[in-house]
Design a protein around this ligand. Structure first.
Ligand code: TPP
Ligand code: MG
Length: 781
């Protein structure tokens, strides 16, 4: 699709306006044809940008190389106008084409209209960002583009403050452009993000596409006073002051006003780093929300008539004719050509998508013939455009009925493997790094745990100018446990900074910064409050690499502390909840601050996102300072045997290990030799089968943690017993020893009876041994 060059974008020649119109018109045709493709069964679902075209032309005119977009599914016109996507790619994604050469945005992994740039070279290294137009990868949950947007804008502020001119930034001149629907502004994340951007004063320019609806629910039920501009007034800055936002309201069918507004807003935001909101009103949705429903069911006749009259493309056409920019005949001619162009793109994308599938289908039909599976063959041939799945299922059925030749079976297995890879690859970077042992001088100082962390971060900040650490109380105070004490003074307020109490956008800040080449360590003050950010971690951060099929990476480190304070909200250990929601990330559960430091050293040298849960009551425990505190590396997924034993293996992690070690001591006094293993990381989990090796020796095993029954203990048990086939080595039932179903009660007694403790661990493990030899192990507790 023809795009405009950077130079011509702000140049309002007759030609460039006609070209704008044609981009909008093609985009509309793509929406209309896209819907038909869904309704005729060629694609599963469609959501399109019809009714929002003209405003996006204006946004694209102000969007420059180096800039960033974080938006949502209505933005196809912007992508076309900015030259960030083609019609062929648009249709390829509609068909869920897994080939990144066809759908470079998501490789068939996201539903349609989820846009993204390919930021990485095939080897996973970053491409230059200042010479390209950049888009972060869209997600579906409404409002979830906002936290990341804060980080994208914040990165400009950091780069400007650092005085950096590199492949990621030209002195922070880049704007982070957000788009969001009116109804999504009812989400908490929207307001949290706006507040954060206002506090940070960053070049973030948010467009609200207001079509008065969120599916069927109108603004009356979404927004106080039904009016976002009015609500946003409190954010408006005094023009003489830098604090606050610039707020603009403009009609979505008024092309000249839109262009003027966007160019003006962008110039100020870019130069002064003032955030801005452009509230674009009077937008329409000609085809309704998506292919799932029809808007005639909830819009009145008056509204539908108004939408037809105020359709932005119709209005732009009227304006162009009235201004003498183009005649009706001229535009008719362009429209005929452009419709043809869109149809051709759709057909090309369909043919490209079908090519490899149809080849497989032909092969399967041949195999079915050879296997004599005539019914299966006929069924498959009846399907007009079969999926790969249909062909593979037909062949599997035939192979089950009549085991075939090795050649057919080999082909089937090979294709299964390829199809698994087609959907599984780029789950993580695949970087495996060997450990580097901590070394100690003879006179190594013995320090508080927090001081070990402090030394580690000090090294990281000194070594790598892109490392930034931030969170609640992290800057001036140096975090609530002093892991960052003195670091702001040493490295400045940009590199070590305080944030508001806003866990979701703290993580968003990290995501955006990491996408722009920085190395953020974002602190969430306590593990229990990670839940405020878990949605964005789960939906956005953890899936970045996978959902772009290797097009983007986001090496964020989230630092938090957990376990062992007392009470419902300070002692939680909801580890299974977390690990099951953040697949794609590493989850580190160090038992002390030295292990934590070794993990940070590892993560800062890698490309994958991670969560590190430090032990809350470990900051004042004394540890020896390694002489290579900034260099040693704890490898991920490698458990460590902390105590050797021969009767039973006790597997645990984090703060609980101290109690398990005490229980092992008690067990030793009762003739039970327990081997204690620290898993070190829950994700990845024991990649070398170290726990299995222990089980082969002891033939008994217990998994111990503070999570609920069936929580992370069950996860560990499944890996050892099922994944690693540990069941073959068991002489006793494998057990879990966990916290109670309920939250931990307050106070030392509440804690003692809510979580595993030395005595309950002793009793449960001793019972395992007693069952095998009651005389050797008489009743004790
Ligand atoms: C968190 C969340 N809740 C619900 C949905 C389902 N949903 C998808 S789009 C949408 C309406 C969004 O309306 P608006 O923000 O005005 O954008 P529009 O589609 O009108 O452009 C809803 C409710 C979702 N995707 N995410
Ligand atoms: Mg809407």
């Amino acid at each position: 699709m023809a795009t405009q060059t950077k130079e011509s974008r702000t140049d309002f020649t007759r030609e460039s306006i006609v070209l704008d119109y044609r981009v909008a018109f093609r985009s509309r045709q793509a929406s209309l044809i896209g819907r038909k493709e869904v309704l005729t069964g060629k694609a599963k679902f469609g959501i399109f940008g019809d009714g929002k075209e003209v405003a996006q032309l204006a946004m694209a005119r102000a969007f420059r190389k180096g800039d960033w977009r974080s938006g949502y599914y209505r933005d196809q016109t912007f992508m076309f106008a900015a030259g960030m996507g083609t019609l062929d790619e648009f249709f390829a994604q509609l068909y869920a084409d897994p080939d990144i050469a066809h759908d470079p945005w998501s490789g068939g992994r996201s539903m349609n209209a989820h846009f993204a740039s390919r930021l990485l070279n095939p080897d996973g290294s970053w491409k230059n960002q200042v010479d390209s137009y950049n888009s972060s990868a869209d997600v579906s949950p409404t409002g979830s583009q906002m936290p990341r947007l804060v980080g994208l804008g914040w990165a400009s502020k950091l780069y400007r403050g650092f005085g950096i001119d590199n492949d990621f930034s030209h002195h922070g001149d880049e704007i982070a452009w957000g788009t969001i629907g009116n109804a999504s502004c009812a989400e908490g994340m929207f307001w949290e993000s706006l507040n954060a951007a206002g506090v940070l004063q960053i070049p973030m320019l948010v467009s609200i596409w207001d079509d008065n609806y969120g599916i069927s629910v109108s603004n009356e039920f979404q927004i106080t006073k039904s009016n976002l501009s009015e609500l946003l007034r409190g954010f408006q800055r005094d023009p003489k002051s830098k604090s606050g936002f610039d707020i603009y309201t403009v009609k979505g069918w008024d092309y000249p006003s839109l262009c003027e507004t966007y160019l003006h807003a962008a110039a100020i935001s870019r130069m002064e780093h003032v955030p801005a909101v452009v509230h674009v009103t009077e937008l329409t949705q000609p085809q309704g929300h998506s292919t799932s429903g029809s808007h005639e069911r909830y819009k009145s006749k008056e509204r539908l008539d108004w939408e037809a009259e105020f359709d932005c493309i119709r209005k732009m056409r009227e304006w162009m004719i009235a201004q003498g920019i183009a005649s009706a005949d001229e535009l008719d001619k362009h429209e005929r050509e452009d419709l043809q162009m869109v149809r051709e793109a759709q057909r090309r994308a369909w043919d490209a998508y079908r090519a490899t599938i149809d080849a497989d289908v032909r092969t399967v039909i041949d195999f079915l013939d050879r296997l004599g599976a005539m019914e299966a063959k006929n069924e498959l041939q009846k399907i007009q455009a079969p999926f790969r799945r249909d062909a593979m299922r037909a062949l599997a059925g035939a192979l089950i009925d009549a085991p075939g030749s090795d050649e057919i079976l080999d082909w089937y297995r090979q294709r299964q493997k390829e199809n698994d890879e087609r959907y599984d690859d780029h789950f993580w970077s695949g970087q495996i790094m060997p450990g580097v042992a901590a070394t100690y001088a003879d006179d190594a100082p013995v320090l508080n745990g927090f001081e070990i962390i402090n030394h580690c971060f000090d090294h990281a900040l000194r070594r790598d100018p892109t490392v930034v650490i931030f969170g609640e109380d992290v800057g001036k105070l140096g975090d609530v446990n002093q892991g960052c004490a003195g670091l702001q003074e040493k490295y400045g307020e940009l590199r070590v900074s305080d944030t508001g109490i806003r866990e979701c956008t703290i993580v968003g800040q990290a995501i955006g910064a990491a996408l722009r080449g920085l190395r953020p360590i974002a602190e969430v003050q306590y593990l229990d409050y990670l839940l405020y950010a878990i949605q964005i971690i789960s939906d956005d951060l953890a899936t970045t690499r996978w959902r772009t099929r290797g097009g983007q990476k986001c090496p964020v480190i989230i630092r938090t502390r957990g376990h062992r304070l007392e009470g419902i909200w300070h002692s939680g250990s909801p580890m299974a909840g977390i690990i099951n929601l953040v697949r794609g990330m590493s989850v580190c559960v160090p038992r002390n601050m030295t292990q934590a430091a070794g993990m940070y050293n590892r993560l800062l040298r890698g490309d994958d996102p991670a969560l590190v849960v430090e032990v809350l009551n470990g900051y004042r425990v004394k540890e020896k300072l390694p002489s290579n505190v900034g260099e040693f590396v704890v490898p991920l997924g490698v458990p460590e045997v902390l105590r050797e034993g021969s009767d039973v293996t006790l597997v645990s992690y984090g703060a609980t290990l101290r109690i398990v070690m005490e229980a092992a001591e008690l067990l030793a006094s009762a003739n039970v030799s327990a081997e204690v293993i620290d898993v070190q990381t829950l994700l990845p989990f024991d990649v070398r089968g170290i726990i299995l090796q222990s089980l082969k020796k002891t033939n008994r095993i217990a998994f111990i943690d503070e999570d609920v029954p069936g929580g992370a203990s069950a996860f560990m048990m499944r890996n050892v017993i099922d994944r690693d086939r540990g069941y073959e080595w068991l002489d006793s039932q494998p057990i879990t020893i966990t916290g109670k179903e309920h939250r931990p009660a307050y106070g030392s007694d509440g804690d003692y009876w809510s979580k595993p403790n030395r005595e309950t661990i002793f009793a449960a493990v001793y019972e395992l041994l007693r069952e095998t030899n009651p005389r050797l192990y008489p009743p004790r507790l």
